[in-house]
Design a protein around this ligand. Structure first.
Ligand SMILES: O=C(O)C(=O)C[C@]1(C(=O)O)C=C[C@@H](O)C=C1
Length: 360
């Protein structure tokens, strides 16, 4: 699959004055709940009304969705409010039922994207559809797997495609439910700048208080839209209660978000920007130069260790460097997370250099 302007044709056609908004409850619970939320979202920026019909839950015994009956409620939403509808599909039967009920946008969930068998089954069932199909990132941070799923749909002649960034599972305790790993979304944009990219701050954060900040970051990184779970009574939601917002809060979020343009052609801006970028270019060259020098010193240590038959990894020394650098970084306004990541990469490169020397 190649990048092409055609990929964003469906989104451009909508000519929206704001980012694309997909909102609605995590799960369809009752007809009344589905319709009530839809009516509250009717005259807002919301373009697609979402509701989970089949819910893939981590453990059995939790609410697993109302099933096909919920699709009739979505049809009713369309009839009463004019909102287009959206739901997750995870197998051939889901696809057939969703198409039968004229769902306008279907997405493949993170737990399905990890399985090429499932994605292929869904792609085959959707073959040639003119519905919009979005692919959520797989639960693990694997860009090839994510794009591979999009490619399977593209090969099945589905033209209205896009991706949803919902963050990645991690064993480590973090403030996020699923860590964003923004770098992956940036790399995806670099490879497919015209593939519509939607952010799902509800699943990234797992907490409604953090949804605004993550949405703003996504827009600052040129995302095309947001999928935000919305419920009239979030506390009482049958699934993912902590991450849903009320329709009123959603409207406020959309109002408060700053939408920035991609660039500015004004001469003064361009001049100032070029000056600053020239400084960055010089500093980047210095960084590469200094890192090269550090590796030369590390090569020297490698040689010394080879002569004395000493192990490459020196944990005490390494921990001492890390502790010191975190403090130094803090004084220069660098986050601990960044300093750790950077020094871990430097350490690994240093080890690779010494490994080569010691085993030559
Ligand atoms: O100090 C050493 O022994 C080194 O080999 C240097 C270095 C480093 O790059 O800083 C590399 C490997 C060790 O685990 C510790 C530190």
């Amino acid at each position: 699959m190649e990048n092409s302007k055609k990929l964003r044709g469906w989104l451009d056609e909508m000519a929206l004055p704001h980012p694309l908004v997909i909102a609605g409850p995590c799960s369809a619970e009752t007809e009344k709940q589905v319709l009530q939320i839809a009516h509250d979202l009717k005259d807002t920026d919301v373009n697609f009304y979402r509701a989970g019909i089949w819910k893939p839950r981590t453990r059995p015994g939790n609410f697993e969705g109302v099933g096909a009956i919920g699709l009739r409620w979505l049809q009713q939403v369309k009839k009463e409010t004019g909102l287009k509808t959206a739901t997750e599909v995870a197998n051939r039967t889901h696809v057939e039922l969703a198409l039968e009920h004229d769902v306008d946008l279907l997405w493949i969930g993170a737990r399905s994207t990890v399985s090429p068998f499932i994605v292929q089954e869904i792609a085959d069932a959707l073959k040639g559809t003119d519905k919009i199909v979005l692919v959520k990132n797989p639960v693990n941070p694997d860009l090839s797997l994510w794009l591979g799923a999009v490619e399977r749909l593209h090969s099945a002649d589905i033209e209205k495609l896009g991706v949803i960034h919902r963050g990645f599972s991690t064993y480590e305790k973090t403030k996020y439910r699923n860590i964003p790993e923004w770098q992956l979304a940036i790399e995806l944009q670099t490879r497919f700048p015209d593939l519509p990219l939607i952010n799902d701050p509800s699943h990234i954060t797992g907490k409604r208080d953090m949804i605004f900040d993550v949405s703003q970051t996504a827009l600052d990184l040129n995302f095309d839209g947001l999928m935000i779970e919305t419920h009239c009574d979030p506390e009482k939601a049958w699934s993912d209660a902590a991450q849903q917002v009320t329709p009123k809060r959603l409207v406020q979020i959309m109002e408060d978000l700053k939408i920035r343009k991609e660039t500015d052609e004004e001469a003064e801006y361009k001049n100032d920007l070029n000056n600053l970028r020239a400084q960055i270019d010089i500093i980047d060259n210095q960084l590469i130069d200094i890192l090269g020098k550090r590796m030369q010193v590390s090569d020297g240590i490698g040689l010394l260790k080879k002569q004395r038959n000493v192990a490459v990894l020196q944990t005490n020394r390494w921990n001492a460097i890390l502790g010191k650098m975190i403090l130094e970084g803090e004084a220069k306004g660098l986050s601990e997370e960044f300093v750790l990541k950077m020094f871990k990469a430097i350490h690994q490169e240093s080890i690779n250099h010494q490994e080569k020397i010691i085993n030559s």
